[in-house]
Design a protein around this ligand. Structure first.
Ligand code: MG
Length: 367
């Protein structure tokens, strides 16, 4: 079964008091994170429904979107336009709120599995607060165990949902499908898959940390050894070391690991291990990024100062920033890089080697 996705980003977000979908988390708009959260297996292509006239603003940040179409007046109209744009060959569709940026990939997989087994599915979580219903006399309690809170993405067969959307103004896909006699099954959701509704949802949910890293290497006696700095080869004397001795990447790797309190580069990649002989340090850095990501962290930014009497690094700065960004899956705008000399003082000042200092800021989201 081929699954496609639709992210609904055409709502106005009036309860938030602004355009909540363009609020940023770790430098990325909420909607982009929601789109990426749905762009995981088995979903093969994910499109966006956006406010009319803003298509270009969205496509600039999501060039990989399967389609970007203008929404309508209501959620159902927007959904119907998204359903029309779904690529041919797609059997089933998962529809996701653009205001749910924290959806974990296992929810997407469970909803897709529910569609395969039962034609339609939605993720749900139990109510943890006491639930009361308004009555003519005040309020009365509802048995909490009889209540499920529906989340997104909600999944259905494409043709079923097209038919349901043509005849309903319900607030979600499961409710629409009921209108044509199809009952979606609940699959386990996750409290982390929170919908950003109020400005406080973003303020309360982020934890930020900073890490520091330092590294230095002396110049090699081998005149043929290349100089690796910031993930690129730079003309100049090579640095001695077990790996490629890229002091810039080593300092950033330590800053990232340090921010997450996950040890240091020497612990993860000991220089006594023959596997790391002449290793490309980009793999250390990428692995550190993945290690902290597994614990829910993402990198907000990193900043480096290179201290060296030579070579001059200004001509290589843009390429170094791009290489570091690529290694970490970041944008170069998140990578700071400066170079300075040590005013001929001390060992670095005598040109015996190169030193680097780095800081990294990381963040993760909690409910
Ligand atoms: Mg080193």
């Amino acid at each position: 079964m081929k699954f496609c996705g639709i992210v609904l980003a055409a709502g106005s977000g009036t309860r938030f008091g602004g355009d909540k979908l363009w609020q940023t988390i770790g430098g990325e708009p909420v909607w982009l994170r929601s789109w990426r959260a749905l762009s995981v297996p088995p979903v093969e292509a994910v499109g966006l429904v956006v406010p009319a006239g803003t298509e270009g603003r969205f496509s600039a940040l999501a060039p990989g979107a399967a389609f970007i179409v203008a929404g309508g007046e209501t959620r159902t109209q927007s959904l119907a336009r998204g359903l029309r744009a779904v690529p041919t060959g797609c059997d089933a569709v998962l529809v996701h709120d653009a205001a749910r940026p924290f959806c974990p990939p296992d929810i997407v997989a469970r909803v897709a599995a529910g569609v395969e087994s039962d034609r339609a599915a939605f993720p749900a979580v139990p109510a943890v607060d006491t639930v009361r219903m308004k009555t003519a006399h005040g309020t009365s309690i509802i048995d909490r165990d009889s209540v499920l809170l529906a989340q997104t993405p909600q999944g259905a067969m494409l043709e079923d949902l097209r038919r349901a959307a043509a005849s309903s103004e319900a607030t979600d896909e499961a409710a629409m499908l009921e209108g044509i006699g199809i009952y979606a099954i609940p699959v386990p959701g996750d409290p982390v898959n929170k919908k950003i509704t109020f400005a406080e949802d973003l303020r309360l949910s982020s934890e930020t940390r900073v890490g520091i890293g330092y590294d230095s290497h002396r110049f090699s006696d081998d005149p043929n050894r290349p100089l690796w700095l910031g993930g690129i080869e730079v003309p100049g004397r090579g640095l001695a070391g077990h790996s490629d001795a890229d002091a810039v990447l080593h300092a950033i790797t330590d800053a990232i690991l340090g921010a997450a309190a996950m040890g240091d580069i020497g612990e993860h990649y000991p220089d006594t291990d023959p596997r790391w002989k002449d290793a490309c340090s980009g793999q250390f850095l990428a692995a550190a990024g993945q290690l902290i990501a597994a614990d829910g962290w993402y990198i907000v930014s990193t900043d480096v100062t290179v201290i060296a009497e030579s070579p001059k690094l200004a001509p290589h700065r843009a390429a170094m920033r791009a290489a570091i960004a690529e290694c970490l899956g970041l944008d170069p705008s998140q990578i700071g890089l400066k170079a300075t000399t040590n005013e001929r003082m001390g060992s670095i000042g005598r040109g015996e080697g190169i030193a680097c200092m780095a800081v990294a800021t990381i963040a993760r989201t909690h409910v």
